[in-house]
Design a protein around this ligand. Structure first.
Ligand SMILES: NC(=O)c1ccc[n+]([C@@H]2O[C@H](COP(=O)([O-])OP(=O)(O)OC[C@H]3O[C@@H](n4cnc5c(N)ncnc54)[C@H](OP(=O)(O)O)[C@@H]3O)[C@@H](O)[C@H]2O)c1
Length: 332
């Protein structure tokens, strides 16, 4: 058993694609656990798209990794020595212990893994861990696919996408994956059991039309970029999107022009389209409430009154250019 702890430190912040030049190897003696700590031999490290964000000091939902610090990451490993009452040598644990071979972690920062015959401990970094849980939330809480609906998920051969599609299939949806290349697509329909899978490296728009002839009810967004652009116009009425991530854009600095929809994930925003005519009861409710507020002087309004029907076309053109000031009406 090695007495050295190899660590990978963040050396520089990548401006585009991260490469070896942004990291630095460092070796130090294996740590010794203090009272309450557990010495863990890391056996698996999870690599996840979110790490790209940690390498950057742009505003985000989590603090960046400091330059010179060990890169963040989740590990599973074996307890070699325990000075915490909750753990004994031989236990398997999971924790955010970083890109390194060993760590001395306080017991409260570790989760003890159940022993499951036939399941590799690495599964607790994927299908039974953070990505699997992400797939579960996005599918069952946000998208809630109904039987027969068309459920599309991007990065479908990946950690999150593969699980999301399978959950949707169990819920009775028709599941279409999007993946890069024929081999991944074959895997998605074969091993993962999706109904169809389209290759985003080909003519994605045509392939989506063929795979989703009636449109898309649910989209589990993992990728953004060109894939999002192709899916978006194919969403059906009352469709839902679960914005999980936009991995295709993580290396793009500055971010592509236009509203950066990754803010939906970072700030947990909710987008919901609606049409007033879907809410007939609201007309009566507001009619009464608004009239009361007006009568009491607690509601003000302004009108921009254009005289003469003949001026309507020009007034309307002005409306689309911001020339009106207040509610535009034509006095006939
Ligand atoms: N919101 C959350 O709490 C949360 C939690 C976990 C993960 N996520 C997000 O979920 C997404 C998937 O994560 P994962 O862990 O499951 O990763 P993953 O799917 O295992 O790996 C990333 C995949 O993204 C696809 N991809 C990368 N660049 C692309 C591009 N330019 N265009 C199209 N596809 C591209 C690739 O698949 P193809 O070769 O098939 O294109 C790649 O294999 C990421 O956006 C991640 O940030 C969010």
């Amino acid at each position: 058993m090695s007495s050295t702890n190899l660590r990978i430190l963040l050396k520089a912040r990548p401006q585009g694609r991260p490469g070896p030049e942004h990291f630095q190897r460092a070796e130090e003696p294996r740590p010794a656990p203090q009272q309450g700590e557990v010495l863990v031999r890391h056996r698996f490290l999870s690599l996840d798209p979110y790490m790209r964000g940690r390498m950057s000091d742009a505003p985000s939902y989590a603090a960046p990794v400091a330059l010179g610090a060990v890169m963040e990451g989740e590990c599973v490993g074996e307890v070699v020595e325990s000075r915490h009452p909750g753990f004994t040598a031989g236990d398997w644990v999971r924790g955010a212990r970083g890109w390194q071979q060993w760590s001395a972690a306080h017991g409260s920062t570790l989760v003890k893994l159940p022993r499951q015959v036939g399941v590799s401990p690495s599964a607790y970094l994927g299908v039974l861990g953070m990505p699997g849980t992400t797939a579960w939330i996005g599918t069952t809480e946000i998208l809630q696919p109904r039987p027969g609906e068309c459920f599309v998920v991007s990065a479908a051969s990946g950690a999150v996408g593969g699980v999301a599609g399978q959950i949707a299939k169990h819920m009775g949806a028709r599941v279409v994956g999007i993946a890069g290349g024929a081999e991944k697509c074959r895997f998605v329909t074969g091993e993962r059991g999706f109904d169809a899978c389209v290759d985003h490296r080909g003519d994605l728009a045509t392939a989506l039309d063929e795979a989703c002839p009636s449109g898309i009810d649910c989209y589990f967004e993992n990728v953004g970029g060109a894939v999002q652009a192709a899916v978006f116009p194919r969403l059906r009425e009352f469709g839902r999107i679960a914005f999980c991530g936009m991995v295709a854009e993580y290396n793009q600095i500055p971010a592509p022009p236009g509203p950066n929809l990754m803010a939906l994930v970072r700030k947990r925003l909710r987008l919901q389209g609606f049409l007033v005519n879907d809410h007939p009861r609201a007309w009566k409710q507001w009619g009464e409430t608004g009239a009361t507020l007006l009568r009491d002087g607690r509601l003000r309004f302004r009108e921009d009154v254009v005289q003469g029907l003949e001026n309507a076309p020009e007034a309307f053109a002005g409306l689309l250019e911001g020339r009106n000031f207040g509610k535009l009406v034509v006095a006939l």
